[in-house]
Design a protein around this ligand. Structure first.
Ligand code: GLU
Length: 187
């Protein structure tokens, strides 16, 4: 990769968490090593990272079981996002690289004023050698307008930031015609 590129890398929850839902810090650390290497090669890196809900769920083992799914998502993401960004912050700091958190929502891509503010924020971060780590703001994105997963968010970020490449890290083999867990879906 001789040409210096702007890369958007999407890291899915399944990549970051172990079977019991806890954060897989070994894998996270390996991904940070590789992102730091890309940065040191002169590429600009933007991370779109899931994992907030999963890491919050594993942190709060004794929650009230009568919470509905929206309350649970809000509670887990509020705690889990803090844990997630803190881990990234500490891991990147070992390389002397600063990271910043960008939490967003689908409607921020539809309103031109929000779009421009968000784009400007991430441009300023890149210009100042700060790696943006983007996730959906799951604490307030609870309607039918929310992203189903971060693949769509990563695509919108790629377009908004004119990234030359989008890399999706996933435990799914590729693009399926339907839900991969459904036996009829074709790769
Ligand atoms: N924004 C969600 C999270 O961080 C994404 C869930 C997912 O699709 O992996 O937990």
């Amino acid at each position: 990769m001789a040409k210096k590129m702007r890369l958007t890398i999407k890291i899915g929850s399944n990549v970051l968490t172990r079977k019991d839902g806890s954060l897989d810090v070994t894998r996270m650390s390996a991904l940070v090593d590789q992102s730091a290497w890309l940065r040191n090669e002169g590429h600009e890196v933007i991370l779109v990272s899931s994992g907030a809900v999963a890491s919050g769920r594993s942190e709060l083992k004794h929650i009230q079981h009568d919470l509905d799914s929206v309350d649970q998502r809000q509670l887990f993401s509020a705690v889990g996002q803090a844990k997630l960004i803190n881990r990234y912050f500490e891991l990147f700091r070992e390389y002397g690289i600063a990271v910043g958190q960008v939490l967003t929502m689908k409607e921020n891509f539809n309103r031109s004023d929000h779009f421009q503010t968000q784009q400007n924020c991430m441009m300023v971060m890149l210009e100042n050698n700060v790696i943006p780590i983007v996730n959906e703001n799951d604490t307030v994105s609870v309607t039918e307008l929310m992203f189903t997963d971060n693949d769509e968010l990563a695509g919108l970020v790629t377009e908004m930031m004119n990234s030359e490449m989008l890399i999706i890290l996933s435990n799914i083999d590729g693009i399926f015609s339907g839900d991969p867990s459904d036996g009829n879906a074709q790769l």
